[in-house]
Design a protein around this ligand. Sequence first.
Ligand code: BG6
Length: 586
Amino acid sequence: MCSIIGYYGDEIAAPLIVKGLKRMEYRGYDSVGVATESNSQIQLKKGVGKVAEVNFNIQLDTLPGKVGIGHTRWATHGKVTDVNAHPHSSNSGKLAIVHNGIIDNFEQLKKELERDGYVFKSETDSEVIANLLQKNYESVKNVKNAIIKTVLELKGHYAFVAMFEDGQLAAAKFHEPLIVGVGKNSYFLSSDVLGFIEQTDNAIYIENGNFIIIDKGKLQILDFNGKSIKQEIVQISREFADVYKGDYAHFTLKEISEQPDTIFKAGENTKDAINNAANYIKNSNNIYITGSGTSYNAALIAKQVLAKYAKIKTDAIISSELRFSSDTIEPNSTLIAISQSGESADILNAVNIMKKINCKVISIVNSLTSSLARESDIIIGMNCGPEIGVAATKSFTSQIMTIYKITEELCNGTFEINYKEISESISKILENHDQIRHIAREMKDVSDIYVLGRGIHYPIAIESALKLKELTYIHAEGIPGGELKHGPLALMDSNAFVIIINPNDSTYSDTLMSAREIRARGAKIIGISDEKSDIYDYWIEIPKTSETTYPISETIPIQLLSYYAAIEKDADPDYPRNLAKSVTVM
Ligand code: BG6
């Protein structure tokens, strides 16, 4: 996914746009660009790299004019090059666009436009919007009808902002986020409230299939047929403004360190929602849980926790896979949809499929104003605050805590959450930076890491492998302890590094046996446990706690290990290569 932004107001646009792009950089960060209008001329600058670096090299924020657009890219079509970076101007140069999403029919449209004499400079699907808009504008001579004609021809998922040489701004939303920031004498158009939260906390969340025009200081909202739409201005909670690293070197380390507090906030202020969710679950024959990436790993935890403590059978399905098994999903089922951003295209598509067969949707989400929240029957907030680091950390433990809260509601007192113990355990582990950094240094050059866990610790092993992949670029794999001898043991030799997740609960002795078998093949072992063992080459101690605390406390050492291994490898922990915070394209 990319981030798009537009500004129309009485201040110089470029510095505000560059600031907004910096705050949204976690959405995509392989290239950046800005275009502004002044004296009916469009100026444009763009380049490959992060916002700060490109701005330093080519001074994006010095472009003149009080109207502008900007973009940070996560490449889908065409390599990471200056030409493929946005904004894209049309052949006439009289308009420029920035786009987030995918235009499915871009090749066909491109051929038609080339037949009309248009020339394309880039490999992107997005440039088609610029030339198609120019063609339509030249035929209807006004922005409103040009947009209507253009959205009629575009197929796919998109949000784009277009700037015309006369200073008009227009933007359209079709299954990609678009928010208007309403200032005193100004407007922002943005993919995320972070784009303008420093300037205003008044926002309008544009509905799907609508577009806006800003001209002569006036904002219009219209649907794709041109009918005028009235929409509320809502106030955004200022907590979203808190995207500063403070004294931390990286957002990822800051967010890992916030967990002793964020675990208390999970599901806060959503008591009724948790109550309603528990009733839905109790009265539903079929319950499905879905998510992508780390959120899917939280779904696997939910499946085990609901089965073990609430005796409720559920099915966990990867969001992008749900459409391949939707035929077997019973109508009137309940879907628990887990997502930090609430904007991942795969989960929105899964929800769409389930709603078509009359399923109820309970969402566990961090952004309460996200598309997923707006599509849900019940919204339960994770409340862990903005998460900027692309690899999910605090959001994962908040997802587990939210699942615990629902289970507590379902178990009428037979399942209790020990918040104090969980928070203190995390704080204890966070004191152990030096040892964990030392192990990360030892481990950083290996080519493969295997993470082993049984029962509830198997999904934690999968999540751990994901963190290692995302942050260190080392191939890592989560293995169910009992499966070791049915194949993976063949991989174990003196080059292998194995992380054993082994708290002293019902899985302890079997997992220790697996560790012994691995040790016998010469592999290096990191043991994460509250019990010391000489089978481990490295022992990372976690506090001795109740069973329900272990899945959270044992996750922290892996988050830190992945973070420090990334540092040791000079990788950027906040903006790992090729990834984005949430992927809004399927
Ligand atoms: C990926 C992120 O793009 O999306 C992961 O890099 C995340 O960290 C996954 O787990 C799912 O995102 P979300 O917002 O739907 O939980």
